[in-house]
Design a protein around this ligand. Structure first.
Ligand SMILES: C[S@@+](CC[C@H](N)C(=O)[O-])C[C@H]1O[C@@H](n2cnc3c(N)ncnc32)[C@H](O)[C@@H]1O
Length: 242
């Protein structure tokens, strides 16, 4: 299945060179997902990155930086908040099929695309939920039910603390994909962390090969059970950050 943009084998080699070896079947799933992202990007404006190899580097590799930043336990329950077109959660699921992955986004259109990808790739055990993180965070059956909450390009860290920590089990981790301002965002999030109940466990730093762009991943551990006060009503956390 060669194309102008590359081949499955090339994608597999690319990931292997970055220290992320995958089976041929996983490379094929990622390859097909990349093609769908490229096609949908053109018609649905899902992402500004339109070249296939750019998608591999800036979306797939970027999503998989998680595995350099953290040891993810087998079978962990993972929620991707504001997944958009499935990033990083769907890439993470293809790379680590043992994980139980839930993709959340407030926009129906985005998750309709993700559902179509799941159908075409035959991935049946991924849960998609159209909702705002704030609504789910107040629901009994969603609160305190995940080991990891992933967030990429959704909001500033102090807002993400209020979105993510309520959904985590005690000891669970919020993993925020960030850029150069990560340290400042951590400082700005101090109040939110003390109110909602989390501690910064570390900041992983690296660069995307080829493009050299700096990437940082902030890892926050939930340290106390979340008070019923959090999260506040939908829209409030971003309008009036803690
Ligand atoms: C810029 S996109 C990023 C999508 C994806 N995470 C990525 O890295 O490409 C932000 C997404 O977050 C979603 N979003 C923003 N706030 C949200 C909230 N409070 N609850 C659920 N989804 C939210 C938006 O609908 C949008 O699809």
């Amino acid at each position: 299945m060669a194309s102008q943009g590359g081949s499955i084998e090339e994608l597999r080699r690319f990931l292997e060179e970055q220290g992320l070896p995958v089976e041929a079947s996983q490379a094929e799933l990622l390859y097909r997902y990349g093609r769908m992202l490229k096609e949908a990007g053109e018609s649905l404006n899902l992402s500004a990155i339109r070249e296939e190899k750019e998608i591999w580097r800036k979306h797939f590799l970027d999503s998989l930086l998680l595995f350099f930043a953290l040891d993810v336990p087998k079978g962990a329950r993972v929620v991707d908040i504001g997944t958009g077109a499935g990033l990083p959660g769907l890439v993470v699921k293809i790379y680590r099929p043992d994980l139980s992955v839930t993709l959340v986004d407030s926009k129906h259109k985005k998750l309709a695309f993700v559902q179509r990808v799941l159908g075409e790739l035959g991935l049946q055990d991924v849960i998609c939920k159209v909702a705002r993180a704030e609504e789910l965070g107040q629901k009994e059956n969603w609160r305190a039910s995940f080991d990891l909450a992933l967030v990429r390009a959704v909001a500033e860290l102090r807002v993400l603390v209020e979105y993510g920590l309520p959904l985590l089990k005690l000891g669970g981790k919020l993993v925020a994909y960030k850029g150069p301002r990560a340290e400042e965002e951590v400082e700005e999030a101090r109040r939110a962390l003390s109110l909602v109940g989390g501690e910064v466990e570390g900041i992983w730093r690296g660069r995307l090969p080829g493009v050299g762009e700096e990437r940082k991943i902030v890892i926050i551990r939930k340290t106390i059970p979340t008070s019923p006060a959090w999260p506040r009503r939908a829209g409030i956390p971003s309008k009036r950050p803690l």
